[in-house]
Each structure stands twice: as structure tokens, then as C-alpha cells.
Write a protein that binds this ligand. Structure first.
Ligand code: NDP
Length: 334
């Protein structure tokens, strides 16, 4: 099962019909439950903003699909992603955050108070909104990815790796995610290929070293994926070696699973109409703050960060969003 799904799209971003729908007024609405959302909730609750947090499609965010988190300060022996997120959630609830199951499906930020529709029915009128909707895994855009979805294609090794025990798999990508997924899979699978389009890995040195130390991982540099083949499930991939060069060559590898780890797209679709974003959809925030182009609307975590994308930077920006929301409300009330 692929847990990385967009949190909403433009098609269902219809303006909420207030007269037909139940409307609830809140002081601070937080959308998203990754490290950014929960940290914003901890700070907002402690500042008495009585935050309501909607968890979204993937409660706990992307870290719930990670194995060991070794770089979150305060855990010298590491902690698993799901445990870290459970702890953050407990901390947010301890200070009074109202954590709810539900997905933000539409927004109307055209005037104050802003409105967010949850699960296409309930409307929340919020004095401040903190957008912490994160980002979603990217696919290559091959027809075969659709064709074999759930039958050998996945964007989450920790969700689906178990199904490939003692089998041969490939991971596409050359960053830390690809290395992390490959390392995880190498403990389950007989062989793991990493398909890298460049002649080098972009991943951090420590990850590269771990990959090189694994005997059952083979890195295929300068390879692009052309397609997948197999009767009903993935049985192999067709790759192009040194694409566009005189020595270009087609290569086939036999694999049972094909994992994507080529980066992410920000989950900003339902807000893009109202907020300034960059060309790829990352919400723009005012330098050194969590302020978006609209007063009272703040953004934190991966939906506004395409450079760092770490749990700790997401948490830090969640703190900033809550402090900015608190200051915005105090100035409004003054
Ligand atoms: P990155 O953007 O760092 O890497 C994406 C990789 O996918 C690159 O190698 C890129 O190739 C490749 N790629 C992109 N599009 C295609 C395509 N169409 N075909 C083939 N290859 C493609 O994303 P990650 O998700 O790996 O990492 C994001 C951030 O999260 C980073 O800051 C990373 O450090 C961090 N992270 C940290 C972890 C940890 O510390 N444990 C674990 C996971 C992530 P190219 O290099 O050619 O552009």
C-alpha cells in the first residue's frame, strides 16, 4: 500500500457552501500531523490558542514510514519514526490540542475568517491557519507505474518491503531516501539494485558508505528506467544505460519489486489559488518567519521547504508558525 497520497486536489477545491454545511469557529486550525504540525500544536496549545489539528491522510506524516531516525536531537540511540510521531502527538494532546481524524479537502482564503472544508462536508472558520500538509512521493510518470501499482510498484519500502522477502528489487533515485530505502530492503531481499541517472549519488557520505558496505546492493549509475515488464506483476525493468550518449545501450534486469525514491511534491493544491507559491508549488513564506502571503495564514514543514526537509527543521518551523500565529492574534486583539 502506498501511503503517500496528495492531501487534496484542485478538482475538489470547490468553495464551501456555508448555508448547507455545519460550521465550527476555531482560533487556530492546524492542518497536518508530521513533526511540523505537532510542534505547532504543542506551542499553540501552550499559548492558549486552543488548537484544533486535523491529521490528514497519513497520520504522523512521512516519518511513520521511516525505520530508524538517527538524527533527531535528543535520541542518542535513535528512535523509530512511528514512535517519535506517537510521542509528539502525546505531547500535543497533553497541552490540550484537539487532534482529529480528517482530511482538508477545500479552502476559501479569500476573506477573513478563512474557511477550510474537512472531508468535503464540515467547514471550519479559523482566525489563524497553520498549514503543515507536507509533501508526497514523486513517480517517474511511466504508464507502467500505473499498470503495476500494487503489483510490484511502490513508493514506500517500509510499508511494502515485507512482501519482497528473499526477492530481487530495485530502488530508483540517488538521494538519502533511495539509500535509506535500499538499506532497509537489503535486510529483507536477496538483492537490491539502485538505479541512479547520474554518475554519482547525491546522498550524504554516511549513507553512501553504508550502501557500499552492503554486499547485496548494486548501484547502477547512469541508468534511466524505460519501462517495466511482467505477466500480471513486475518481473523486470528495461533500463537505458548512458542515455543520449554514443554508447547508449538497453539493459534488462529481473526484479520483483520497483521502488520510487526520487523526491517529493508539496501538498499545497487546495491553497495555491490564494497563496504565493514557487513554480513547483512550495508555499512561499516571508524570510525568517512562517508568514505566507496572507495575514493569519502560516506554513511550516515540507510544504514550504524544498531545501532541508528534515524532521528537526520541520519541527522548528512548526514552532515558528505557532509563535507567529500567537503574535498575529495578540496584535489583532490589541
Ligand atoms: P532528493 O531530492 O535529495 O533526491 C532525489 C533523487 O532522485 C536524486 O538522486 C535525483 O537525481 C533522483 N531523481 C529525481 N527525479 C528523477 C527521475 N525522473 N528519474 C531518475 N531519478 C530522479 O530527495 P530525497 O527524497 O532523497 O531526500 C530529500 C531530503 O530528505 C534530503 O535533504 C535528504 O537529505 C533528506 N533525507 C534524509 C534522510 C536521513 O538523513 N536519514 C533520509 C531521507 C531523506 P539527480 O541527483 O540526478 O537530481
Amino acid at each position: 500500500m502506498d501511503l503517500f497520497k496528495p492531501i487534496g486536489n484542485l478538482e475538489n477545491n470547490k468553495k464551501p457552501q456555508q448555508s448547507e454545511q455545519e460550521v465550527e469557529k476555531v482560533k487556530c486550525l492546524i492542518i497536518g500531523s508530521g513533526p511540523a504540525g505537532y510542534t505547532a500544536a504543542i506551542y499553540a496549545a501552550r499559548a492558549n490558542l486552543q488548537p484544533v489539528l486535523y491529521e490528514g491522510l497519513q497520520p504522523g506524516g512521512q516519518l511513520t514510514t521511516t525505520t530508524e531516525v538517527e538524527n533527531f536531537p535528543g535520541y542518542p540511540d535513535g528512535i523509530t519514526g512511528p514512535e517519535l510521531m506517537e510521542d509528539l502527538k502525546k505531547q500535543a494532546i497533553r497541552f490540550g490540542t484537539d487532534v482529529r481524524w480528517g482530511l482538508a479537502t477545500a479552502s476559501d482564503l479569500s476573506k477573513q475568517p478563512c474557511k477550510i472544508t474537512i472531508d468535503n462536508k464540515k467547514v471550519i472558520e479559523a482566525e489563524t491557519i497553520i498549514i503543515a500538509t507536507g509533501a508526497t512521493a514523486k513517480y517517474l510518470g511511466l504508464d507502467d507505474e500505473q499498470k503495476y501499482a500494487g503489483s510490484g510498484v511502490s513508493a514506500c519500502a517500509t510499508c511494502d518491503g515485507f512482501f519482497y522477502k528473499n526477492k530481487v528489487v530495485a530502488v530508483v533515485g540517488g538521494g538519502d531516501s533511495a539509500c535509506e530505502e535500499a538499506l532497509y530492503l537489503s535486510n529483507l531481499c536477496s538483492k537490491v539494485y539502485i538505479i541512479v541517472r547520474k554518475s554519482y549519488l547525491r546522498a550524504s557520505k554516511i549513507m553512501q558508505q553504508r550502501v557500499s558496505e552492503k554486499e547485496n546492493i548494486e548501484v547502477l549509475f547512469e541508468h534511466n528506467t524505460k519501462g517495466l515488464f511482467g505477466e500480471n506483476v513486475v518481473e523486470g525493468a528495461t533500463l537505458i544505460k548512458r542515455m543520449g550518449q554514443p554508447e547508449e545501450e538497453e539493459v534488462k534486469i529481473k526484479i520483483d519489486g520497483f521502488f520510487l525514491a526520487i523526491g517529493h511534491t508539496p501538498n499545497s493544491d487546495i491553497f495555491k489559488e490564494y497563496l504565493e507559491t514557487d513554480e513547483t508549488g512550495y508555499i512561499l513564506t516571508k524570510k525568517g518567519t512562517a508568514k505566507t502571503s496572507l495575514p493569519g495564514v502560516f506554513a511550516c514543514g515540507d510544504v514550504q521547504d524544498k531545501d532541508y526537509r528534515q524532521a528537526v527543521t520541520a519541527a522548528g518551523s512548526g514552532c515558528m508558525a505557532a509563535l507567529d500565529a500567537e503574535r498575529y492574534l495578540s496584535q489583532k486583539e490589541a
